[in-house]
Ligand binder design. Sequence first.
Ligand code: SAM
Ligand code: SF4
Ligand code: SF4
Length: 371
Amino acid sequence: MAEKVIPVADHRYLNAVPSIPPKLESATGFVADTLARPLQDLRISVTDRCNFRCVYCMPSEVFDKNYAFLPQTSLLSFEEITRIAGIFVAHGVGKIRLTGGEPLLRKHIEKLIEMLSSLKTPDGREPDLTLTTNGSLLARKAQALKDAGLKRVTVSLDSLDDATFKRMNDVDFPVSEVLHGIDAAHKAGLGPIKINMVVKGGMNDQEIIPMARHFKGSPFILRFIEYMDVGASNGWKMDEVVPSAEVVRRIHAVMPLQEIAANYTGETAGRWRYADGGGEIGVISSVTQAFCRDCTRARLSTEGKLYTCLFATGGHDLRALMRSGRTDEEISTVVAHLWRARGDRYSELRTANTAGLEQPLRKVEMSYIGG
Ligand code: SAM
Ligand code: SF4
Ligand code: SF4
């Protein structure tokens, strides 16, 4: 029997309260790290809770009724989130994605969206505001999200077969309700909608072709994601990763594909289109073809820790700075310094050493840091 992993609930990971540099500086709309990667995207985890227990993310043996989720007081308030997001936007972030956990479980999320939509980039644009969801509450909430100023949604869906989907989400949630949510989001104008399918070998890889067939010719862009070794709970094994090349090979054999160019530098998905004009698919090869070189992403955890990599073992406690009365200029200077010092490239190193790196410290869970 697999050994049970007991999560460390509070003070979860190595976290440091950053010190304030002696010389304060104003944001210039651009800051780059040690590998010349600009700070352009911010993912914000608005809750560490979820109504699903996806086997690759929040396995039910670990995230059970004894699991201590963060208390309400630990969460960043909407004002705090908006304040931090504003600082990041001033440094050049043009894209903000709300995630979790399941972001639609956060009460009054529309209010937060409304607050974030009032931010402006240094050149006067509205940041691109999006959200990733498991789709379970989308049918109910899509219109309100749109009205609040949300631009697009990405919906996770791992199978069209009810039995397989229920095995993946582990809470008996039916596919039909997610499909219903996707339609509601489409009708509300939250498009173009991307559909993310995590492929776990031996679990849902038989669903690659049915999923491709279902979304071919639809307004939705299906993206296949390689199962990653995030967190410390999912018992990841390399032989359960279905490489993107294999996904493309299988689809191409029945519905011929042609590779197309990326939309922009730093796009994480490889793009392929159906030769017969049936639209496109994406593949996200985070394991077999790392894209660290172009990674311009910062992550803000549910309790306000800044992570400069999805695979980080420690974060920088921005909430502590806010709650101890630090000014925007002080926090902004801290963010610039942290980003300039960033050298993360975990996936590249992992790819170079396919068996996976030995991690002396516990990696942060995806539900906490935001996928
Ligand atoms: N609950 C929302 C959802 O599922 O869309 C948002 C949070 S979830 C952590 C964000 C994304 O991370 C989802 O598309 C999910 O499939 C993906 N994800 C979670 N664990 C993963 C893993 N081990 N490997 C690859 N993708 C993963
Ligand atoms: Fe929840 Fe999303 Fe993780 Fe699934 S992938 S358990 S829906 S946070
Ligand atoms: Fe970015 Fe870290 Fe992922 Fe590399 S491993 S792409 S640096 S988040």
